[in-house]
Design a protein around this ligand. Structure first.
Ligand code: EPU
Length: 421
């Protein structure tokens, strides 16, 4: 049965809230467990739909998965037989692409159905194919998906065609047990890429340069079991910080790494938001007047994350002045602005990548859609400051990436109901 969020606007949020584990780290780390026959224990795994899909795919391949705590799981891949991802599960989310590197490395062959996921742009998979080919794989295609085969993975110098996050992760997963040394250049440096390298290093991999644009990997023959806690989700942290800011409350968001959001804090300074930043938490304080920053531009890390551009736009609707929003990565990701417009925001979409947000505007409750995971969270945030009730549809997108978003916000004083329609 479809569910909606009914958000009753007007509450000021106050209190402390803890951030969960990173979705975008958990996906490649779960795939990395396939590279050893020893058990791997992961802590701080978020309890969200994309992770449930990933665990289902692993189970389908033959993994033995044991829940050992609230957010802790042990994955034992000693006896997996299959190298083929289940078509139904792969079609549900794009993260399934990250299985390519581990399965090809372990079995020298894998069949990958075409991935699904949020509709946020064309998102070709060329970079993934490029990486596999450069490491020596042959790729054949049919109507259901792609078959990758390789006799021996060989270290090479690989200059990425673009700074792609998941293609970088696939390249790392292919290189850790390849013969010889692989130099990966122009790689992504997102915190989830670094977390993947940290787990692989604990498993016995030899990786230098994680968190920079050049990673050097000396292939090893075998990896072993390890225990690791997934890095906190800086994207969830950004949404919770935004909730505190727009409701003009005093909110402490804890258990994350604020320096991963440097680009966001630069913009908060420009807007004039009052906050105090520590190594592992941030407290925001009520700010009367928000000044519009002239421009916000999504860029690969450490630039302003594309994944927080939409939630951040709720702050822009409350700023005095005009902000130019530039989504440089995805061409389908500004659609949420049409939904904000339904709530009274003043926006002008210039083209698929650029828009203007003009504020401040009073938002009013109405029925809006979650167009994707981040856009969905944005509608919930907008509902917090809207007059009246906002009904947010398609919340299955939100559940893909945020663990119990409504419960977290309600614990700070929000009034959000999950209703089965
Ligand atoms: N792109 C550029 N310029 C660049 C780099 C990328 O235009 O310098 C374009 C690419 O052409 C592509 C798009 O940006 O169309 C996405 O790039 P990327 O390949 O890095 O994305 P991804 O690996 O498919 C991951 C995250 C996304 C996140 C992007 C960008 C996972 C599972 N997914 O996707 O997360 O938006 O990186 O940071 O890690 C989300 O969490 O909501 C989400 C969609």
């Amino acid at each position: 049965m479809p569910q909606i969020f009914r958000v009753h606007g007007g509450s000021t949020l106050n209190g402390d809230i803890s951030v969960g584990g990173s979705k975008n780290a958990a996906l490649p780390l779960l795939c990395a467990t396939l590279l050893t026959k020893d058990p791997v224990t992961l802590h701080n795994l978020p309890d969200i739909q994309d992770i449930r899909y990933t665990l289902n795919i692993l189970e389908h391949l033959g993994s033995k998965i044991t829940k050992i705590g609230n957010h802790s799981w042990t994955i034992d891949n000693a006896h997996i037989q299959s190298h083929t991802i289940n078509t139904d599960l792969a079609s549900k989310f794009r993260g399934s692409l990250i299985f390519m590197g581990s399965l090809l490395s372990r079995f020298r062959e894998t069949i990958l159905p075409y991935p699904g996921g949020c509709v946020i742009g064309k998102r070709p998979i060329d970079s993934h194919l490029f990486v596999a080919k450069k490491m020596g794989a042959k790729i054949t295609e049919n109507e259901t998906g792609l078959r990758f085969t390789v006799k021996k993975l060989k270290g090479t110098t690989l200059i990425m065609p673009e700074v792609s996050v998941t293609a970088t992760e696939n390249a790392i997963l292919l290189a850790v047990m390849a013969e010889g040394t692989t130099e990966l250049r122009m790689v992504a440096q997102e915190p989830h890429v670094v977390d993947l390298c940290e787990l692989l290093t604990k498993m016995g991999a030899d990786i230098q340069g994680a968190g920079t644009h050049t990673i050097i990997i000396r292939g090893v023959k075998k990896l072993h079991g390890a225990e690791h806690s997934i890095t906190p989700d800086y994207l969830e942290a950004a949404a919770l910080i935004t909730a505190g800011i727009i409701t003009r409350g005093e909110v402490t968001v804890e258990n994350f790494i604020p320096r991963q959001l440097d680009a966001m804090f630069v913009k908060l300074d420009e807007i004039g938001i009052k906050y105090k930043r520590y190594d592992d938490r941030v407290t925001v304080y009520p700010t009367k007047i928000f000044h519009a920053p002239s421009r916000i531009e999504a860029r690969p890390h450490p630039g302003f994350p594309t994944d927080i551009l939409a939630p951040f736009a709720t702050i822009l609707t409350q700023c005095h002045g005009m902000t130019k929003v530039f989504e440089t990565l995805f061409e389908g990701r500004l659609g949420f602005l049409f939904e904000l417009e339904k709530m009274g925001a003043k926006v002008e979409i210039l083209n698929p990548h650029q828009a203007l947000v003009i504020g401040p505007t009073k938002l009013k409750g109405t029925s809006v859609s979650s167009l994707d995971l981040r856009a969905g969270a944005t509608m919930v945030l907008a509902g917090l400051i809207a007059q009246g009730t906002t009904e947010v549809n398609n919340i299955h997108y939100i559940d893909r990436g945020y663990e119990k978003l409504e419960e977290k916000l309600n614990s700070l004083g929000a009034k959000i109901e999950r209703v089965t329609s």
